[in-house]
Design a protein around this ligand. Structure first.
Ligand SMILES: Cc1cc2nc3c(=O)[nH]c(=O)nc-3n(C[C@H](O)[C@H](O)[C@H](O)COP(=O)(O)O)c2cc1C
Length: 349
């Protein structure tokens, strides 16, 4: 019986070709950060509180004007047609069925215009492109299709070296591609591929500020781990940040989000702070909120659900996370997400 996110992960591993599963599940380098991402939540204890009157309680939360049945959105993840033919369209339905939002990746394999009309927030993730006109066109296309916020990923100007995926020989199969993206830039021959190539074209804070100044919708910076970068993102005009290490997929050896979340929350009092990485149970969502997140992004578990049973599988994974989150809230004596704070945790000294 498939119950938890872990069950769906094992089933996806069984069903998918090895190279596809390696692309989804793998991380950069020796996967130290990938392992940290799940281990960090297990190290944090919960402190139950009893006999409180929780009648009328709710897991719902508003974030940037978006109503969420529980404080989560599906994380931006590229190429969801790797999981099932409907790809991002199925993910949109699954998120809507559970009353939460979805962040569409700019590397989507389904065009934003082809997503089904569905209730619940749709946000759009993008990378700042070397040509600002291209960035503008990507954002405009997503906004025309109904996106209500932009999530600019700042932690991956170059691809991480994902050994597991490379060893498995992952290539995009025929028919699955990033339908919105222009062809990759021509890189100069010779010299350093990193410094003379991709980093020579990589964006800087002023490019983010230029996008924020033009954007008719709120912009979040995704991939922040340093409190100073969180402050710089707000200075650049972002409405908030997503604390993330990209699911351990870019630079191995960086901290888990739980390690840095309290310092970033302290630096941005009252501003939207989201977090992702290694969320596998509802109690992980609870712990992220207790450490200062307003909401989390659900990554791989939703993709695994999609691989196992399309929209229905992803929806099942999200529903289970919500149930686990509500049970954790209730047993820790919290009537709403606003009541989840550091005092609801048991931190070993
Ligand atoms: C297969 C896959 C593709 C991803 N593609 C993107 C992407 O296009 N843009 C982005 O900002 N993050 C991308 N991410 C990172 C996720 O948004 C998120 O930060 C991460 O998956 C969270 O970790 P978790 O999957 O362990 O929960 C991707 C992650 C995975 C697993």
């Amino acid at each position: 019986m498939l119950l938890t996110a872990e069950d769906f992960e094992q089933e996806a591993d069984r069903l998918l070709p090895l190279e596809v599963f390696s692309y989804l599940a793998g991380g950069a380098g020796q996967e130290t950060t990938l392992a940290r991402n799940t281990a960090q939540w297990a190290e944090i204890g919960l402190m139950p509180r009893h006999l409180r009157n929780l009648a009328g309680g709710t897991a719902a939360r508003q974030i940037l004007g978006a109503a969420l049945a529980f404080p989560a959105l599906v994380a931006p993840m590229a190429f969801q047609r790797l999981a099932c033919p409907e790809g991002e369209a199925a993910m949109r339905l699954a998120a809507a069925a559970q009353g939460i939002g979805m962040v569409l990746s700019c590397q989507t394999s389904v065009a934003p215009e082809d997503l089904p009309q569905a209730p619940g927030p749709l946000w759009f993730q993008l990378y700042l492109q070397p040509d600002p006109q291209v960035t503008r066109a990507l954002a405009a296309r997503a906004l025309a299709a109904g996106a209500e916020a932009l999530v600019v990923t700042i932690d991956a100007p170059i691809n991480g070296l994902r050994n597991r995926e490379m060893r498995a020989g992952f290539r995009l199969p025929q028919g699955v591609q990033a339908v919105m993206m222009p062809p990759p830039p021509q890189l100069p021959e010779g010299g350093s591929l990193v410094f003379d190539g991709l980093m020579a074209l990589a964006p800087v804070w002023a490019d983010l500020a230029a996008l924020c100044a033009e954007s008719p919708v709120p912009v979040l910076a995704k991939g922040v781990l340093h409190p100073d970068d969180a402050a710089l993102a707000i200075e650049a005009g972002c409405a908030g940040v997503v604390v993330s290490n990209h699911g351990g997929r870019v630079l191995d050896g960086v901290p888990g989000v739980a390690d840095v979340l309290p310092a970033i929350r302290a630096r941005l009092p009252g501003l939207p702070v989201l977090a992702d990485g290694g969320i596998r149970q509802g109690s992980d969502i609870f712990k992220a909120l207790a450490l200062g997140a307003d909401a989390v992004l659900i990554g791989r578990p939703a993709f695994y659900g999609l691989a196992v049973d399309g929209a229905r599988g992803a929806s099942q994974v999200l529903r289970r996370l919500r149930e686990e989150f509500e049970v954790t809230m209730a047993l820790c004596g919290c009537r709403s997400p606003d009541e989840i704070g550091p005092e609801t945790l048991y931190l070993k000294r």
